[in-house]
Design a protein around this ligand. Structure first.
Ligand SMILES: *Cc1c(COP(=O)(O)O)cnc(C)c1O
Length: 457
């Protein structure tokens, strides 16, 4: 057996003191957010009406490679970080693969995912600015939970708009958020102008992240002392999530581990963007090469079937335009898709990196994902979130290819969270009633038709 421990736990002193901003090393920067009215890049002043001041500065900063993590945020990070890098010895044995598999486990906090890394940063900057509270959307519920925890810590009001289908499927998520003091409203709701409009046009809709974003933004801009915060997609969120990659890199360096391939699930791109950040930095600077793979659901295939274009981040078309791989803001994944990762777009940073050929993407079907989740749970003991299981699936496929070829590749993937609130989905998998839904080309053409025409792009 190798001398690498089952779990590599870093010391508190190894917790990064700075986030790493991969944009600083990108030759082709991600496109700026545009004002949908004028087609011009959003100014800091315009953004300040929606987002907190310091977060606007981080959003716009394409040049500073290292940004200090404020002491208050590091103190909170210490309550659940550094997170372990685990050598999946048991999974390797179960698969009979010569590959070495590692995963960075972000499920060791009550919110159950990596999202707390950005929630605590965003709540901190809102508090520092003297705001009363923040509004947000949540899909599966992990982001809403993470933000509720962060707002409780800094004594901020937290209003969460939760995609209706999740609100109904996951009542216990809602109760966790309420326990931390947040208010939770199913979206679309009758509370907002945009919610009423969406309901009038699509009565009985089960909602989407795009709808919930529109509602949360409307509430933020119409209530003094409130700003909107988002748990993925934005540059600032990928910046905060770099803490995941930086810790991983430190652990790898300590034990001489060099991944051949790095795999992560991709919804809006924040965990993957964070995990790969320092590795991508090396790749961009020409120091070392890695294969990097984004995994998305076949039911919401932004990278593999989307268009690289400016699009709205929300269904109500009130948000700025981002240049990203997108299925169109009108895209709503089939309600029988249970695995999360249901946003129509993708982080502009990852979109640019993918467009430039610096990373790959693959789409997988949900029954295969749950199959992998089950094997993983039986081998490693952790009950994985369905989102994370997309990465597990592709990591296992890679390990099985190594079994055929005899290659001893080193595979690293992000295990973003736990699946305790996803048991309705596990139930349908265990009962054999889970199905796969893949949008047809016609479905996609319909939602591509919702892409805005932007002058000069
Ligand atoms: C939100 C979430 C994701 C997907 O979001 P990204 O921004 O793409 O990282 C993945 N896994 C878990 C557990 C999540 O909660």
């Amino acid at each position: 057996m190798s001398d690498i421990p089952y779990k590599i736990y870093l010391d508190e002193n190894d917790l990064p003191t700075e986030w790493y901003n991969v944009r600083a090393d990108m030759k082709n920067k991600p496109a700026p957010l545009l004002n949908p009215g004028t087609g011009q890049p959003l100014t800091a002043e315009e953004m300040g009406g929606i987002f907190c001041e310091e977060l606007v500065a981080q959003e716009l900063d394409d040049d500073t490679a290292y940004i200090p993590i404020p002491a208050e945020i590091r103190e909170y990070y210490k309550t659940y970080r550094p997170s372990p890098l685990v050598r999946a010895y048991n999974l390797e044995k179960r698969l009979g693969t010569p590959a070495k598999i590692y995963y960075k486990f972000e499920g060791n906090n009550t919110s159950g995912s990596h999202k707390l890394n950005s929630a605590i940063a965003q709540a901190y900057y809102a508090k520092k600015q003297g705001l009363k509270g923040v509004t947000t959307e949540t899909g599966a519920g992990q982001w809403g939970t993470a933000l509720s925890m962060a707002c409780a810590y800094f004594d901020l009001d937290c209003k969460v708009y939760m995609v209706k289908v999740s609100y109904e499927q996951k009542p216990f998520r809602r109760e966790v958020m309420r326990t931390y003091g947040a208010s939770v409203t199913p979206s679309p709701s009758m509370e907002t102008e945009v919610g009423r409009k969406i309901l009038a046009e699509h009565p009985g809709t089960t909602g989407s992240l795009g709808c919930a974003i529109s509602e949360a933004v409307e509430v933020a801009v119409t209530n003094p002392g409130y700003r909107y915060v988002l748990g993925s997609v934005l540059n600032q969120v990928l910046l905060h999530q770099s803490v995941v990659g930086l810790e991983t890199k430190t652990a790898c360096d300590k034990f001489g581990i060099v991944p051949d391939v790095i795999i992560g699930c991709a919804g809006g791109g924040s965990n993957l963007g964070g995990l790969i950040a320092p590795f991508m930095g090396e790749k961009l600077r020409g120091e070392r090469d890695y294969r990097i793979v984004a995994v998305e659901p076949a039911s919401c295939p932004s990278f593999t079937r989307g268009k690289f274009a400016f699009d709205f981040c929300d269904t109500g078309k009130i948000c700025p335009l981002a240049k990203m791989y997108t299925l169109g803001s009108g895209f709503i994944p089939s309600p029988n898709h249970a695995g999360g990762l249901r946003f129509h777009g993708m982080s502009p940073i990852l979109s640019q990196l993918y467009h430039d050929g610096l990373m790959e993407a693959v789409a997988v079907e949900q029954t295969a994902v749950f199959q992998a989740a089950e094997e993983f749970a039986r081998a490693e003991g952790i009950l994985p979130a369905p989102e994370s299981s997309h990465a597990i699936k592709v990591a296992m496929d890679e390990a099985m290819r190594c079994k055929e070829t005899g290659e001893e590749k080193t595979i690293l993937f992000g295990l973003t969270g736990t699946g305790y609130f996803d048991l309705v989905a596990y139930q349908s998998f265990n009962d054999g009633t889970m199905t796969d839904s893949i949008p047809t080309d016609e479905d996609l053409e319909k939602s591509f038709a919702t892409l805005p025409v932007v002058p000069g792009t």
